[in-house]
Design a protein around this ligand. Structure first.
Ligand SMILES: [Zn+2]
Length: 91
């Protein structure tokens, strides 16, 4: 493995070790890098971080997906694909 890649992995692991939080779902980035050394890791996008998790009206329904819609005037927001309601994001 190249020295540059080792440095990047060591820096990423050092940053992760400073954080004490483990992800609630999925696997930790440190585990991914341990299993796949040299893997390319991309940070989540702003859209991924701000996407609402579920619809309050349809909570628990497997068909209730949250999707982004674009209005005719160009406004974009999140909606429930099942009931069509807007999903308000708490600011
Ligand atoms: Zn809904």
């Amino acid at each position: 493995m190249e020295e540059k890649n080792k440095n990047i992995i060591e820096k990423a692991l050092a940053i992760l070790n400073r954080r004490q939080e483990k992800p609630k779902t999925g696997i930790a980035l440190a585990d991914v890098l341990a299993l796949f050394p040299g893997a390319k890791v991309y940070p989540p996008s702003i859209e991924d971080l701000t996407k609402p998790k579920s619809c309050q009206h349809c909570a628990g329904n497997k068909h209730a997906r949250i999707v982004k819609r674009t209005w005719a005037n160009g406004k974009r927001d999140w909606m429930c694909h099942r009931c069509g309601r807007s999903i308000l994001i708490a600011q």
